[in-house]
Design a protein around this ligand. Sequence first.
Ligand code: ZN
Length: 116
Amino acid sequence: MTVGFDRVRRRAPRSTSTTAPIGVDSLGKRALFTSAAEVSQPGIGSALVECSRCDARTVLGPMQAMRAAIPSLHLGIRVGHGDDVRSLGLIKRDYPTYMRCPECGRPSWVRFTVQL
Ligand SMILES: [Zn+2]
């Protein structure tokens, strides 16, 4: 069930490294990301975990996110940034990921949004 997450994770560095030298389009996108990130949004590659149990919103760095996501069940994964979030997965539900919440430390249904 972590396959989808791996795919997302692998794509992230590749897309930044290939688009970086190309020019206008990537610069525009990067500017967008940067300005969005500065408005207290988590950085690219990090993950926002919203717990249905304790209502905490926790931002995990890429490494923390990987570690937190490994013993977990992803019925769907959310990818995006700010308001532009897509749900990838067969099952539509508000909290599609079952994992240990970093905040309350208990296995909970959470919304796991990878920031891209
Ligand atoms: Zn929690």
